[in-house]
Design a protein around this ligand. Structure first.
Ligand code: ATP
Ligand code: MG
Length: 225
C-alpha cells in the first residue's frame, strides 16, 4: 500500500530584493496512514512553508509531493484542487474561521463545498463539535468563542471531510498549557480513530513528544529527533 503522504526532496526558495532565501533545500518525509508526526524547528525555519507545500497550496521549486501514491506535480490544477478537498485537512497557524458564520456553519462549509447535502453536513458538523466539547456553542460566531474554542472549531472543520492527511500549523499555539493539552488529546484521539496521517508543527517540545515521532526542520532539511 502507498504511504499516506511523501515529501521527496522538497526545495523552496524566495527571491527578495536581489537576494535568494533558501528555505527548503531537500526536505523529505514519509507518513503512513494513521501516523502522527510532530514538526519542530525554529521560527523562520520553514515549517509553515513546508506545510503549505505538503497541503498542495503552494508548489515546490523542486521535489515532489506524493499523496497516496499520486504525484501532485503531474496533476492539473483542477485535479490538485480536487485531491486537496477530498483527502487533505488543514489547521492554519492563524485559523481562518469565517467571522460571519457560526461554529456549526464554519464546520459545515467544507462539507457543502464537497457537495454534501445540508442536513447531512449539519449532522456531521454537530457530531464533530460535540466530540470537541462544543455541543452548546454551535450557534456562536468565532468572536463569541474563546481562543481554545476557536482552535477546536478549526480542528473540527479540518476533520469534517474525513481527510486521510491532516496538516496542522501550531494548532495549539496561543493556548494556555492546560487547554493546549486538552485540545491536543482530542486531536490525537480523532486522528487515531479516523486513521489520519498528520503533520503537526509546534514550538512545544513536550507536546511534540506525545506524537508517534518527531522531526526537526533545520537548514532546510528534516532530521529525525
Ligand atoms: N512569500 C514569501 N516571500 C518571501 N519570503 C518568505 C515567504 N514566505 C516565507 N518566507 C520566508 O521563509 C522563511 C520561512 O518562513 P515560515 O513561515 O515557513 O517559517 P516557520 O518555520 O513557519 O516560522 P514560525 O515558527 O515563526 O511560524 C521565513 O524567513 C520567511 O520570511
Ligand atoms: Mg509558521
Amino acid at each position: 500500500m502507498s504511504a499516506a503522504i511523501q515529501l521527496q526532496n522538497i526545495e523552496r526558495r524566495f527571491r527578495q530584493g536581489g537576494r535568494t532565501l533558501e528555505v527548503l533545500t531537500g526536505a523529505s518525509l514519509t507518513l503512513q496512514a494513521g501516523e502522527v508526526v510532530g514538526l519542530l524547528g525554529q521560527s523562520g525555519s520553514g515549517k509553515s512553508t513546508l506545510l503549505q507545500i505538503a497541503g498542495l497550496l503552494e508548489k515546490p521549486d523542486a521535489g515532489e509531493v506524493v499523496i497516496e501514491g499520486a504525484a501532485a506535480g503531474r496533476l492539473s490544477d483542477n485535479e490538485r484542487t480536487r485531491l486537496r478537498r477530498r483527502r487533505l485537512g488543514f489547521v492554519y497557524q492563524f485559523h481562518y474561521l469565517l467571522p460571519e458564520f457560526s461554529a456549526e456553519e464554519n464546520v459545515m462549509l467544507p462539507l457543502r463545498i464537497a457537495q454534501a447535502d445540508k442536513d447531512e453536513a449539519r449532522q456531521k458538523a454537530g457530531g464533530l463539535l460535540d466530540r470537541l466539547g462544543l455541543a452548546d456553542r454551535l450557534s456562536h460566531r468565532p468572536m463569541q468563542l474563546s481562543g481554545g474554542e476557536q482552535q477546536r472549531v478549526a480542528i473540527a472543520r479540518a476533520l469534517a471531510n474525513g481527510p486521510s492527511i491532516l496538516l496542522a500549523d501550531e494548532p495549539t499555539g496561543n493556548l494556555d498549557e492546560a487547554t493546549a493539552e486538552r485540545v491536543l488529546n482530542v486531536f490525537l484521539e480523532l486522528a487515531q480513530e479516523q486513521r489520519v496521517a498528520a503533520i503537526v508543527a509546534t514550538h512545544n517540545t513536550d507536546l511534540a513528544k506525545r506524537m508517534d515521532r518527531v522531526v526537526l526542520l533545520k537548514d532546510g532539511q528534516l532530521h529525525a529527533e
